[in-house]
Ligand binder design. Structure first.
Ligand SMILES: [Zn+2]
Length: 151
């Protein structure tokens, strides 16, 4: 009897998973006409109004924290407080996410701080597959020199 193979499923269609979901890459769609980048499918480019063509590109795992809010109340079963954030990626788009591995304390969180993407299993779906979500966390202090002061 073959082992039932457990599958992994990204929580959003623009997350590509590798290494059994332990690593992942966000992907964007770039307008070949003007270079604008978006999440998800588009009928036409909002910037140049051309209908594309669009090409899929991998997005950087690192970005900077643009803004955040500390959420104290949420749906039942969602632990609070947590940090809802918007991260700017070097490709020129922003991604909504949760910031993890940081205290939900404004003293610990700085606008413009370097952050990096990680993936984690958040639950299992009805078929027993692991559902993998992406989060951002502060880049460890020891690794910051490469991104601080960058573009
Ligand atoms: Zn365009």
């Amino acid at each position: 009897m073959p082992e039932p193979t457990k599958k992994i499923r990204p929580i959003v269609p623009f997350l590509r998973l590798e290494n059994d979901g332990r690593e992942g890459t966000l992907v964007g769609r770039r307008c070949k006409n003007c270079g604008a980048v978006y999440f998800g499918a588009r009928v036409a480019c909002a910037k140049c109004t051309e209908p594309g063509p669009f090409e899929e590109i991998p997005l950087s795992r690192r970005g900077t924290l643009w803004t955040y809010s500390i959420v104290h109340q949420s749906f039942p079963g969602i632990p609070t407080p947590y940090v809802a954030a918007i991260v700017d990626l070097p490709e020129g788009i922003s991604v909504r996410c949760n910031l993890v591995d940081v205290e939900p304390d404004p003293k610990k969180i700085r606008f413009g701080m370097p952050v990096e993407m990680i993936t984690r299993k958040v639950r299992e779906d009805k078929d027993g597959n692991d559902v993998i979500a992406f989060f951002f966390r502060p880049v460890p202090e020891t690794e910051r020199s490469a991104t601080e002061g960058g573009a």
